[in-house]
Write a protein that binds this ligand. Structure first.
Ligand SMILES: *Cc1c(COP(=O)(O)O)cnc(C)c1O
Length: 424
């Protein structure tokens, strides 16, 4: 039997995501998670201040979810979703359509956020192809992030480390994010691009760009962009992989806007942090462009684990929680708590661009830092030492903790941030 700690055994065969192993230290072994807490091999606990990449929003190992998945596991574990269907998928579709913007009518399953956007991109391109429109170009925001598969990488503006693949990308035009005072310029550029190119679809993170460092998008500017796209036959694809399921204070970020997208990409909190799954939803109009006697007009995309019954069960339980009075109260409580914390640090000389959207709070530390540089790593270490798991993006510190994080736990996150303001 091996007795080495996990972090040592890990090094033997494992290759971790977003990691240059020659420059990185040992991986921290997590042995248990409960509620807002993660526990390491030594028994030290950490508040999961980013909900494990925005997934575990109702808390880790939430029994209201795990019990249902455990029961489902005894009934039906996995079955092909091409030619077959099952109760967890049907029940999930009914529950999800109920909370999605009203124009969303059809759901297509895949496995993760990248495949959700990949499917959205393919829907937009094939929609025009099926209708006989010559539209092959996509439009996306600068600094957007949509995932790591080829279509998703192509539309992502954040591609600092994608150099090896750039020659193989789809053709994508870029639009700066409207932030209020640049709206007129952004709209002018949009109109110019539309006059020059045949744009099939516009993909965007609604209201807040996650990986870019929780950057806010001006809602009015975005609304106008969406309207202009609609008027020009450009399908709008909302990437709600990060923003979906309550993080912005509403079920979806698109709920804050009047103009609804044609396509919505979901993953991350969709399955409440339990299992990987994604859904790309669309309007009847999009679906109808694929509905045909011509076989080739169908969407010939499919993953082996499509609509896995266990993942569907977790997602259905998650939606049940999201709609519950307790979770809605929790969301409001965390939002109010963040607002109060903002007052505490807003005048601190090291705090720049303090902002909040729903349960997400972010600001830039007024200190020069590279995205994955050593000072940023020291900042990360500082939080971990304090028992708080935050993952600063360069000098951007942000909180996206589970909705069920207690007031005491929130306070512990805040004091660890205040300590960082003094130390760095
Ligand atoms: C995380 C993320 C993705 C990619 O999801 P994966 O599950 O990591 O492939 C895509 N879009 C947005 C907005 C994300 O935050």
């Amino acid at each position: 039997m091996k007795t080495n700690p996990l972090s040592q055994r890990d090094k033997e065969h494992l290759w971790h995501p977003l990691t240059q192993h020659k420059l990185s230290g040992d991986m921290l072994a997590i042995v248990k998670a409960k509620g807002a807490l993660l526990y390491d091999e030594q028994g030290k606990e950490y508040i999961d201040g980013i909900s494990s990449w925005y997934t575990a929003v109702y808390g880790h190992c939430n029994e209201k979810i795990t019990a249902k998945v455990a029961a489902q596991m005894q009934e039906l574990d996995q079955v092909v979703f091409s030619g077959f269907t099952h109760e967890p998928a049907v029940a999930l579709s009914e529950a999800l359509i109920d909370i999605l913007p009203a124009n969303q009518q059809k759901l297509f399953f895949s496995d993760n956020g990248s495949t959700a956007t990949e499917v959205g991109i393919k829907m937009a391109l094939q929609y025009h192809h099926n209708l006989g429109n010559d539209r092959k170009v996509l439009l996306a925001f600068e600094e957007g992030f949509h995932g790591d598969t080829f279509g998703a990488m192509s539309v992502s503006g954040l591609s600092v480390y994608n150099g090896a693949f750039e020659d193989h990308f789809l053709k994508v035009l870029r639009l700066p994010v409207p932030v209020g005072d640049n709206n007129a310029e952004v709209l002018d550029l949009l109109k110019k691009l539309i006059s020059e190119e045949n744009i099939a679809g516009f993909i965007y993170e609604p209201l807040i760009q996650g990986a870019a460092g929780m950057k806010l998008v001006d809602p009015e500017g975005l609304e106008e962009i969406l309207n202009i796209c609609k008027q020009n036959g450009i399908l709008t694809i909302a990437d709600e992989v990060m923003t979906g399921f309550g993080k912005t204070g509403k079920n979806f970020a698109s709920d804050h806007l009047l103009t609804k997208p044609d396509i919505i990409c979901m993953s991350k909190a969709l399955t409440a942090g339990l299992l990987p799954m994604a859904i790309t939803s669309c309007t009847m109009e999009v679906y109808d462009a694929f509905y045909s006697e011509d076989l080739a007009k169908g969407l010939f995309h499919g993953h082996t684990y499509t609509a896995n019954p266990l993942a569907c069960t977790a997602a259905l339980a998650g939606i049940g929680l999201l709609k519950s009075g307790e979770i809605q109260d929790d969301i409001r409580r965390v939002m109010a708590s963040h607002s109060a914390f903002k007052e505490r640090i807003k005048d601190h000389p090291k705090v720049r661009n303090l902002r909040q959207l729903g349960v997400i709070l972010a600001f830039e530390l007024n200190v020069e830092m590279e995205r994955y540089g050593s000072l940023r790593n020291r900042l990360f270490e500082h939080f971990m030492k304090e028992g708080v798991f935050l993952r600063p993006l360069g000098s951007t510190i942000y909180i996206a903790a589970p909705y069920i994080t207690t007031n005491e736990q929130l306070e512990k996150i805040y004091t660890s941030i205040e300590a960082a303001l003094e130390k760095f």
